[in-house]
Design a protein around this ligand. Structure first.
Ligand SMILES: [Mg+2]
Length: 391
C-alpha cells in the first residue's frame, strides 16, 4: 500500500462533439448524430449513443458509417464551439483543484487528495463536478473515482454513459480480473497479441502470470504491466506546465454593432480569462483582442500590460482600448465574434497575487470566492449584466 492514499478523479464527457450538436440543435436529440470528416476520406470523430447502436464508432471511415447508418445525421465538427464548452468544463475542474491534467478537450484527470479536507469525500467532489458541468453546459460527464489514474479511468469507462463510479483499492483486483487484457491502459495491439501468444487473455491472468515468463514475452515493460493488472499505479497527475495563453471568446447569434454592447461582452471575457489565470496561479503580460467582422474577416490587436497581471479590471483596461482603436478605424463596425486572451506568463502569481494595492485584486478575490461557492457567474461586475439576455 502506498503511504498516503490518493484520490483521483477521471472525467470524460459523453460523446462530446455529438452531444454539443444535440445541445445546440434540440431537433437532433434522440437521433443518430455523427460528427466527422464528410469527404471521401473522412473519419468519424464522435457519434451519439443512438448512432453507436448501428455499430458506428469513432475513428471509423465515414463512408463505412454511412453504410451502417444511412439515416444518420452527418455533421462537420465546429471546433470553436467545442473549445468554448471545453473551457467551461475545465473551469469546473479548476474550482476543485489546481491539479488538473487535461488529456483532450473533454477528458481530464484531477488529483483531489488535497481538496478532501475542504470539499468533503471524493464522491461529493465527483458529484459536484458532474452537477456543475450539467448545470453550466447542459452536457453529461462520466465521472470515475479511485486511488490512482488507472482505476479512476476504468471507473468512468465502465459506468459510462452518464457514469458515476468509485473503485476502491480493495475492489481493484475483482473489477479488473475478468476484463480482457486489451482493456488495460497502455496495452496496445502489439502487446495484446504478445500476451495472447502466451495464453494470457484477461487482466486477472496477467496479474497471476509467472513474472519470468512474462518478462520473456514482453521484455522490460512486464513488471509495470503486471502492477497495473493488480490495480497498482503510481503515476502522478501532471498539470500542464507552460500554458501559452488563456483565452475566452464568443460568437454572437446576432452581429453586434453597438460599442457599449461589445464592451460588455469584452468585460465578461476578461473576467473569465482573469479567473482562469488566477485559478492556475498565472499572471500574463500581454493582452490580445480578437475581432471578427462578418462573415469571416478576423483582426487581432495586441498590447502589453503595465505589469504582469491576472486582474480582470487591468486586462479589461487594455482590451477596451484595443477595441476602441479598432472601432474608430472601421467605417461600419460590426462584430460576429469577440474574444480576449492573456499570454506572456513569466512567473507564478502566487507570491503577490493578493498583494495590497494591486488594483481590483480585492474585487477579484471576493468574486473568485463567491463563484467557487455558488458557481461561476454568480457574481459578475454590473457592466456584464447587459450580455445576460443573449445567453
Ligand atoms: Mg469523451
Amino acid at each position: 500500500m502506498p503511504a498516503a492514499e490518493r484520490s483521483i478523479i477521471h472525467v470524460d464527457m459523453d460523446a462530446f462533439y455529438a452531444a454539443v450538436e444535440q445541445l445546440d440543435r434540440p431537433e437532433l436529440r434522440g437521433k443518430a448524430v455523427i460528427v466527422g470528416g464528410l469527404g471521401p476520406r473522412g473519419v468519424v470523430s464522435t457519434c451519439s449513443y443512438e448512432a453507436r447502436r448501428y455499430g458506428v464508432c469513432s475513428a471509423m471511415p465515414t463512408v463505412q458509417a454511412r453504410r451502417l447508418c444511412p439515416d444518420g445525421i452527418y455533421l462537420v465538427p465546429r471546433p470553436a464551439r467545442y473549445q468554448e464548452l471545453s473551457e467551461q468544463v475545465f473551469d469546473v475542474f479548476h474550482e476543485v483543484t489546481p491539479e488538473v491534467e487535461g488529456l483532450s478537450l473533454d477528458e481530464a484527470f484531477l488529483d483531489v487528495s488535497a481538496s478532501l479536507r475542504l470539499l468533503g469525500p471524493v464522491e461529493d467532489i465527483g458529484r459536484r463536478i458532474k452537477q456543475s458541468i450539467h448545470e453550466r453546459t447542459g452536457l453529461i460527464a462520466s465521472v470515475g473515482m479511485g486511488p490512482n489514474k488507472l482505476l479512476a479511468k476504468l471507473a468512468s469507462e465502465i459506468s459510462k454513459p452518464d457514469g458515476f463510479l468509485h473503485i476502491r483499492a480493495s475492489e481493484a483486483a475483482l473489477r479488473l480480473a475478468p476484463l480482457p487484457v486489451g482493456r488495460l491502459w497502455t496495452v496496445g495491439k502489439v502487446t495484446e497479441q504478445a500476451l495472447h501468444r502466451i495464453g494470457v487473455r484477461t487482466i486477472g491472468e496477467l496479474a497471476a502470470c509467472d513474472p519470468a515468463r512474462l518478462r520473456q514475452a514482453l521484455g522490460r515493460q512486464a513488471a509495470m504491466l503486471q502492477a497495473l493488472a493488480r490495480g497498482e499505479d503510481e503515476r502522478a497527475v501532471e498539470p500542464v506546465q507552460a500554458e501559452q495563453s488563456i483565452g475566452a471568446e464568443h460568437t454572437f447569434d446576432v452581429d453586434v454593432d453597438q460599442r457599449v454592447m461589445a464592451e460588455s461582452w469584452l468585460l465578461r471575457q476578461c473576467e473569465r480569462v482573469a479567473a482562469r489565470a488566477r485559478a492556475r496561479e498565472l499572471r500574463g503580460t500581454t493582452v490580445t483582442v480578437k475581432l471578427r467582422e462578418p462573415p469571416f474577416v478576423t483582426y487581432t490587436r495586441q498590447a502589453p500590460l503595465q505589469a504582469p497581471s491576472a486582474s480582470a479590471s487591468e486586462i479589461y483596461e487594455v482590451a477596451r482600448r484595443l477595441l476602441y482603436l479598432w472601432w474608430q478605424t472601421q467605417s461600419r463596425p460590426r462584430l460576429r465574434l469577440l474574444g480576449v486572451s492573456l499570454s506572456g506568463f513569466g512567473k507564478r502569481a502566487q507570491e503577490d497575487m493578493f498583494a495590497v494595492g494591486a488594483k481590483g485584486a480585492a474585487t477579484d478575490q471576493v468574486q473568485d470566492g463567491i463563484n467557487r461557492r455558488f458557481g461561476t457567474g454568480s457574481l459578475v461586475r454590473a457592466g456584464i449584466l447587459r450580455t445576460r439576455k443573449q445567453d
